[in-house]
Write a new protein. Structure first.
Length: 212
């Protein structure tokens, strides 16, 4: 796209700013329904625990812990295995969205641990739609910074299928039914402890749709 310069460029910029669809910053309250972690680094599934003690590396000993990680299929712009910053230290899910996914998949329930969740929230509407840079501030003082939406994949679907062997096609059904419900990935901005029942305040930043 050619970039206009001079007076024409300034006029175009003024026009874009005038049409900017801006969403003001705000706060939303919720609570922690559950916390989970992997038993060992090689595990995908997570299991409930008494508390999450978070450092700048995330959850020590967890599959997704560490300040760096290796790129995979989600980063096709890098050669696979490239060392990069780890913005995916924790997986955040919600009670409400898990229930809707389970209903769509005709399951009795969808436990967060089946798909590797670490923090399960309750009371934050449409958790998966929170914008990047949202800060999740917990009662203890721990803060998670949302990197973005965690797109549902077939790998997680296969883990669900392992728990319901009598049903065929759940690996493919999950990505279809969980779109915009799969939760978020985040990293530790401020260390601390997260406990079930803790209050959460989601600090949504001012954000907008890029006008081009």
């Amino acid at each position: 796209m050619d970039v206009e310069t001079g007076e024409a460029g300034q006029a175009a910029l003024e026009d874009r700013l005038a049409r900017l669809q801006r969403v003001p910053a705000r706060k939303i309250s919720g609570k922690v329904a559950d916390v989970l972690r992997t038993g060992k680094k090689s595990d995908f599934a997570t299991v409930p625990c008494a508390a999450l003690d978070l450092g700048f590396d995330g959850i020590e000993g967890d599959r997704h812990g560490g300040r760096t990680r290796r790129s995979g299929g989600r980063e096709p712009w890098y050669p696979r295995g490239t060392v990069m910053v780890n913005e995916r230290q924790l997986s955040i899910l919600s009670v409400e969205e898990l229930a809707l996914i389970a209903s769509r998949m005709e399951l009795d329930a969808l436990p967060a641990g089946w798909i590797g969740g670490n923090v399960v929230t309750q009371g934050i509407p449409s958790l998966s739609l929170l914008p990047p840079r949202t800060r999740l501030v917990f009662e203890s003082g721990a803060v998670l910074r949302v990197d973005g939406y965690n797109s549902p994949c077939r790998a997680a679907g296969r883990k669900i299928a392992e728990h319901v062997p009598e049903r065929e096609g759940l690996d493919l059904l999950f990505p279809k039914t969980a779109q915009y419900l799969r939760g978020l990935v985040a990293f530790v901005e401020l260390p601390g402890r997260i406990l079930p029942g803790d209050a959460i305040t989601a600090h949504l930043p001012e954000h907008w749709i890029y006008p081009g």
